[in-house]
Design a binder for this molecule. Structure first.
Ligand code: NAD
Length: 347
């Protein structure tokens, strides 16, 4: 047996450790921190290596790899999306991710990212909401009350000052679960039986459903002027949530156009339909909301830089804590060229 050197041991954050980390920080504080990390990385957008994620589609779902690098640190996330999974007791979305040192290629963090994706997606949504939602927005419709939904509600509370959420799901059990989980959050929770009821009086509409088709969660006549739509669930070719006519009335904001045109709501539009890149809104190079009657739409698909920010945050936060274990993941022979000798000696 050889003892691996410190560099060969990779800090690993399990699901259990992630839950302990979140509770030690506080859910709302962590959502605010993640939003700050994402914003900081969006403001240095041009530094990043960017590519649409690599997707492997099947009849049931998709498996994706999401890589990026800022020149010093490389990161990727593995994530799946299988809307039929919940019927089998499995989750629609699971994920894990890794950071590595660009200088020597050695991984520096391996982490669960199913919880972290819920947190980072919500933090990104609310961060964008802070730039685009109408001033003084306090009520959000939350359509789709599955795994992501509570994270979304709490992020809009923590970051945008939302105090009321109006829940709707085609499955009443999901709505009840969401309402139960939000009971101690300080949010006023209104349970609705139709999507029309859910959007009544809401200045922000979040759609977060899972269905592998061109769905119409919102039709054109449901959406009045002056709202912000946070569209989360349309994130794959052939998987959208909004009627095309809503898109034609909206000012559309995206993470990385090259990926969103393949996966987002805008796959329904001409390939040259104008969109605004969010990093430019955050740096001040482009305008966000310019008037109270405008419909702003965040056509969210989830981009690698957001996962990079989330992993960077976890790496910073676990230092000096017990919220990780060291993983013997990299072979570490005493003589770097004697990999085979190390194997022989182990026999
Ligand atoms: P989930 O399966 O746990 O929940 C989805 C919910 O949507 C279910 O409760 C289902 O009953 C409900 N639903 C389906 N059709 C509906 C309809 N027509 N009206 C109302 N409710 C409906 O999934 P999840 O983990 O919460 O993810 C939700 C969606 O968000 C998925 O499509 C996923 O791919 C996507 N997602 C996007 C990002 C991003 O960054 N944009 C990140 C994570 C997940």
């Amino acid at each position: 047996m050889t003892t691996p050197s410190k560099l060969a041991l990779v800090p690993f954050v399990s699901v259990d450790h992630m839950m302990q980390l979140v509770h030690s920080i506080g859910i709302q504080q962590m959502l605010r921190d993640l939003a700050a990390y994402i914003e900081a990385d969006f403001k240095r957008w041009e530094l990043f290596d960017k590519t649409p994620r690599v997707a492997s589609h099947s009849a049931e779902g998709v498996i994706e790899l999401m890589p990026t690098s800022d020149g010093e640190v490389y990161g990727f996330k593995y994530v799946n999306g299988h809307p039929k999974n919940t019927k089998e007791g499995l989750q629609t979305v699971t994920a894990f991710g890794l950071l590595a040192n660009v200088g020597n290629g050695y991984p520096v963090l391996l982490s669960e990212m199913t919880l972290l994706t819920g947190l980072r997606t919500a933090a990104a949504s609310a961060l964008v909401g802070r730039y685009l939602a109408p001033k003084g927005a306090t009520t959000m419709a939350m359509i789709g009350n599955g795994a992501q939904s509570e994270f979304q509600c709490m992020a809009f509370q923590a970051i945008c000052g939302v105090d009321t959420v109006r829940l709707f799901d085609i499955d009443a059990a999901a709505r009840e679960k969401c309402a139960r989980n939000l009971a101690g959050s300080g949010l006023t929770v209104v349970k609705c039986t139709t999507p029309e009821e859910a959007i009544m009086g809401a200045q922000i509409i979040t759609t977060c459903t899972a269905d592998k088709q061109y769905a119409t969660i919102l039709t054109d006549n449901m959406v009045g002027s002056g709202v912000h739509i946070n569209a989360i669930g349309g994130d794959c070719p052939g998987k959208t949530e909004l009627h095309r006519d809503i898109l034609l009335r909206s000012d559309i904001f995206v993470e990385f156009p090259e990926q969103t045109r393949i996966e987002g709501e805008i796959q329904q539009l001409d390939p040259d339909h104008p969109v605004t890149e969010l990093w430019q809104v955050m740096t001040g190079a482009a305008k966000g909301r310019t008037d109270a009657r405008q419909i702003t739409l965040f056509d969210s698909v989830g981009f690698a830089v957001e996962d990079f920010s989330a992993l960077r945050y976890v790496r910073d936060k676990i230092k000096g804590t017990a919220f990780y274990s060291d993983l013997d993941m990299l072979a570490d022979p005493d003589d770097p060229r004697d990999l085979f000798g190390m194997l022989l000696r182990a026999g």
